[in-house]
Design a protein around this ligand. Structure first.
Ligand code: ZN
Length: 289
């Protein structure tokens, strides 16, 4: 990762660099307000309170979400399923072991516990099964975790001071490498709809120029407020990392902190790997502490 500081706006950010193997990043037409956007959005000006404490909508920066502001992780509730699948596989026993079977079992559990669940589709899916990259590209994201585990671990430690023992790290990378069957993104979307999950219909093209890792408890990004200030040309991915532990606990044995800790680490790997698959090397990343 490259480190850069823009002196005029006093905004500190890093760029994904070699971690970013996808296409989404600031383009030529998005330079005019890039420094201002990085400073203001990355500085938390558009983050607002949320009453929900676990991730249940996606990090996607596009507009069109309706309803209350709720915490974000890759794919929404899918982050919790992946965190389980990469660690203790609690939900793999409940069904046929498919990603969709696990997702259904987990959603039913969360619904019974009256926890919020959700995800999204897109107004124009461009032929993609669900319209959510974190969902549709799950095979590529698992392959990314398997191939770049050490890098993910280094970033989690250097950027967020995570404590990751060798056993947890090895388990996550091994489980990512060993999964060869993936349900379709449309199947996971259907599972969400069948379990009364919130499904936002996001609009427009991806114009994200920044990914915010938000560590301010009880807050999330208000994309409508960002749009009011910057229009459709500048968007931000937002990862509510502060909510990861609560999400991990919701899919772990109560009181078993070691399991929840593993799942929090796995959730971060999945979220960072999603950024690695979707975003280019020029994608800026800020940590909102
Ligand atoms: Zn998404």
């Amino acid at each position: 990762m490259a480190t850069a500081t823009d002196e005029t706006q006093q905004s500190a950010f890093i760029e994904l660099g070699a971690i970013g193997t996808g296409a989404i990043q600031a383009g030529v037409s998005q330079q005019a307000r890039l420094e201002e956007f990085t400073a203001r959005v990355g500085g938390g000006e558009f983050h607002r309170p949320t009453a929900v404490t676990l991730p249940c909508t996606c990090i996607d920066g596009r507009f069109g979400a309706s309803g209350e502001l709720v915490p974000n992780a890759a794919g929404g509730s899918e982050s919790l399923m992946v965190a389980d699948d990469l660690t203790t596989k609690r939900y793999a026993q409940a069904d046929d072991g498919s990603t969709c079977g696990q997702f259904r079992a987990m959603l039913a559990d969360l619904k019974a516990a009256e926890r919020a669940v959700g995800g999204h589709t897109a107004a124009d899916c461009h032929g993609a099964p669900s319209g959510c990259g974190a969902n549709d590209k799950l095979p590529a994201i698992y392959a990314y975790v398997a191939a770049n585990g050490d890098t993910l671990r280094e970033v989690a430690i250097s950027l967020l001071a995570y404590e990751i023992d060798d056993e947890t790290h090895g388990l996550i990378v091994k489980n990512a490498a060993e999964r060869t069957e993936f349900s379709g993104g449309d199947e996971l979307l259907s599972a969400l709809q069948e379990n009364d999950g919130r499904v936002d219909v996001l609009e427009g093209e991806h114009t994200e120029v920044l990914a915010v890792i938000n560590r301010r408890p009880g807050t999330t990004l208000d994309r409508d407020a960002v749009r009011a200030a910057f229009g459709d040309e500048y968007e931000a991915f937002n990862v509510d990392e502060w909510a990861f532990l609560e999400g991990a606990k919701a899919v772990s044995e109560p009181g078993y902190d070691a399991e929840a800790h593993k799942k929090r680490v796995a959730m971060f790997y999945y979220n960072l790997a999603t950024a690695g698959v979707l975003c280019g090397p020029g994608m800026r990343v800020t940590v909102l502490a």
